[in-house]
Design a protein around this ligand. Structure first.
Ligand SMILES: [Fe+2]
Length: 465
C-alpha cells in the first residue's frame, strides 16, 4: 500500500480527497435564513477520481462530480453525481483506473484523454453542460444530474470546447473556443440563444498553448496566448505536456465580434500565465481586461504535488490590462498584492464595465497542511480601489464565489455572494450565502451540508424559472 499515489499527493488528501458516494439530502439544516427571493440551483463540478490513480496524479485529472445545492422557498436541498463519462464507464467495467493522467501521457501513442467534465458546469438554452477543455461538453440532467452523454451541437462542433464559455447577457449567445496541440490550434464558436451552433472559425495563433479561458466585451473577443507551449519533447523527457518559454512573451488577440480571423490584432505584453480573466469591457478605443495573473506557471511544468511548485512571488494577483487598439500597446496596472484566483463578476455584466469583482484569496500562512487551500473570499471595488476579505481560517478552504443579484433589476452590488467552504472541525462542508454589500458580516445563511464537498473548480447559479 505504500506506493499509492493517495499517500503521497496533497491533491488526494484532506478535503482534496475524492468523495465517492452519490446521493440526495433534502431539507438541510440552515443557520440564519435563506432569502425567499433566492430560488434556483448552484451547480459545481470538480476533480474527483473514482479510482486510485494508476500513476502520477495532477489535480486536473480526476473524474468530474457535480454537486448541486437547490434553494427553494427558504429551504435547501443537496444532490451529487459523477459525470459518468465513457472513460469512467470503461473503468467501472474493469474495476480500476485505465486512463493515464496529464503527467504520464505517452507521446508515442494516441493519447487517450478521459472527457471528465470536471472543470465547469454551465447552463445554456436549457442544457446543463459539464465541461473540460480537451473534449466535447457532457450533457447532464438539470434535476437528477444523470449523465445524458457527450454533446456536439448536433454534429456541428469540430473542436474541443473550453470550460469557460461566455454567455452574453444581452444577446443570450454563448461564445466559446476550443484549442488543440495539433493544427488548427484554436477555433472560435458561437451558439445562439437557442443553443444552435451558428458560427465556427479557425483563429491563427503563433504557437499551440493551453488556452484555458478568454474574455468578451460588447464589441470584441479577446484571446490570451501565454508562453506555456505544448511540447512533446517535454512530455518525453520530463512528463507533462508543456514547456515554459517566456522569451515568446504573452499576446492578447483582439477580434471584433462582427469580424473574423483576418481582423484579429495581437498586442504583446510581458510573459505570464492567466487561467481566468475577471471580466473585460470596451472603453472608447481601449479594451480593459482584469485578470488573475501568474508571473510564471510553475505547477504545469514542475511536480504539481511539490510545495516548491507554488512560489509565492509567481502566484496569481489581480492585474488590469488596458489594450489601446488605436495607438497599440498594453498598459498593465497591478490591482492588488494579495494572492487570488477564481475571479468572477455579476453575470449580467459579462463584457460590460464592472465595478465589483469577487475572488478566493490565500494568505501566505495558509499553504500548510494538506495542500494549497484558499482561506478567504475577497471582494474588489474597482471604482474606489478598495477590497474587503472574509476569512474562514486556516484549514477551512473556500471555493469560487458567485454573485447572485437580489432580483433581475437589482444594482450591481445588491445581492448575495455564494460559495462552498470546508469546515475542518466538522470534516464537512457548508454552503454560504453572504450579503454582497457586507461580505465580512454575519452570513445571511449557512447551509450545513451532510458531508464534505471536495475542493473543486467552477460552478454557476441557475435561477429557478
Ligand atoms: Fe478555470
Amino acid at each position: 500500500m505504500t506506493d499509492r499515489e493517495s499517500d503521497r499527493n496533497p491533491f488526494l488528501k484532506g478535503n482534496f480527497a475524492p468523495w465517492r458516494m452519490e446521493g440526495v439530502a433534502e431539507d438541510l439544516e440552515v443557520a440564519g435564513a435563506i432569502p425567499r427571493d433566492l430560488n434556483g440551483t448552484y451547480y459545481r463540478t470538480g476533480s474527483n477520481p473514482a479510482f486510485e490513480p494508476p500513476g502520477r496524479y495532477h489535480w486536473f485529472d480526476g473524474d468530474g462530480m457535480i454537486h448541486a445545492i437547490t434553494l427553494a422557498d427558504g429551504r435547501a436541498h443537496y444532490r451529487n453525481r459523477f459525470v459518468r463519462s465513457r472513460g469512467l464507464q470503461e473503468e467501472r467495467a474493469a474495476g480500476r483506473a485505465l486512463y493515464r493522467g496529464l503527467l504520464d501521457l505517452d507521446p508515442s501513442e494516441a493519447p487517450a484523454i478521459k472527457n471528465t467534465g470536471n472543470t465547469n458546469v454551465v447552463k445554456h438554452a436549457g442544457r446543463l453542460l459539464a465541461l473540460m477543455e480537451a473534449a466535447w461538453p457532457t450533457r447532464m440532467d438539470c434535476a437528477t444530474l444523470e449523465t445524458l452523454g457527450e454533446f456536439d451541437f448536433d454534429g456541428r462542433l469540430a473542436s474541443a470546447m473550453t470550460a469557460h464559455p461566455k454567455l452574453d447577457p444581452e444577446t443570450g449567445e454563448m461564445l466559446f473556443f476550443g484549442y488543440s496541440p495539433f493544427p488548427p490550434f484554436l477555433q472560435y464558436h458561437v451558439a445562439d440563444r437557442e443553443g444552435h451552433l451558428v458560427r465556427s472559425e479557425v483563429i491563427d495563433v503563433a504557437w499551440p498553448s493551453m488556452i484555458h479561458d478568454f474574455a468578451i466585451t460588447k464589441e470584441h473577443v479577446v484571446f490570451i496566448l501565454c508562453p506555456l507551449v505544448f511540447s512533446f519533447e517535454n512530455m518525453r523527457e520530463r512528463g507533462g505536456a508543456f514547456s515554459w518559454e517566456p522569451e515568446r512573451g504573452t499576446r492578447l488577440g483582439v477580434m471584433p465580434r462582427s469580424g473574423g480571423n483576418a481582423d484579429v490584432r495581437w498586442f504583446e505584453t510581458d510573459p505570464c500565465y492567466v487561467f481566468h480573466p475577471m471580466n473585460a469591457y470596451d472603453d472608447g478605443d481601449a479594451v480593459v481586461l482584469d485578470v488573475a495573473r501568474y508571473r510564471r506557471l510553475d505547477f504545469m511544468t514542475a511536480d504539481p504535488a511539490s510545495r516548491e511548485s507554488y512560489p509565492e512571488e509567481n502566484a496569481a494577483r489581480m492585474l488590469r490590462w488596458r489594450i489601446d487598439r488605436r495607438a497599440g500597446g498594453v498598459k498593465a496596472t497591478p490591482l492588488d498584492d494579495v494572492i487570488v484566483e477564481f475571479p468572477r463578476v455579476d453575470e449580467r455584466l459579462v463584457g460590460r464595465r464592472h465595478r465589483f469583482g469577487y475572488t478566493v484569496a490565500r494568505e501566505a500562512s495558509s499553504f500548510e497542511g494538506t495542500g494549497p487551500e484558499w482561506t478567504g473570499i475577497r471582494k474588489y471595488d474597482l471604482e474606489r480601489g478598495t477590497t474587503e476579505t472574509r476569512r474562514l481560517g486556516a484549514g477551512n478552504g473556500v471555493g469560487e464565489p458567485l454573485f447572485v443579484p437580489r432580483h433581475d433589476a437589482a444594482a450591481e452590488d445588491d445581492g448575495y455572494v455564494i460559495f462552498l467552504a470546508y469546515d475542518q472541525a466538522r470534516n464537512a462542508s457548508d454552503f454560504y450565502v453572504l450579503d454582497a454589500g457586507n461580505i465580512a458580516g454575519d452570513p445571511v445563511a449557512r447551509v450545513v451540508l451532510p458531508h464534505r464537498v471536495p475542493y473543486g473548480f467552477h460552478g454557476n447559479w441557475a435561477a429557478a424559472s
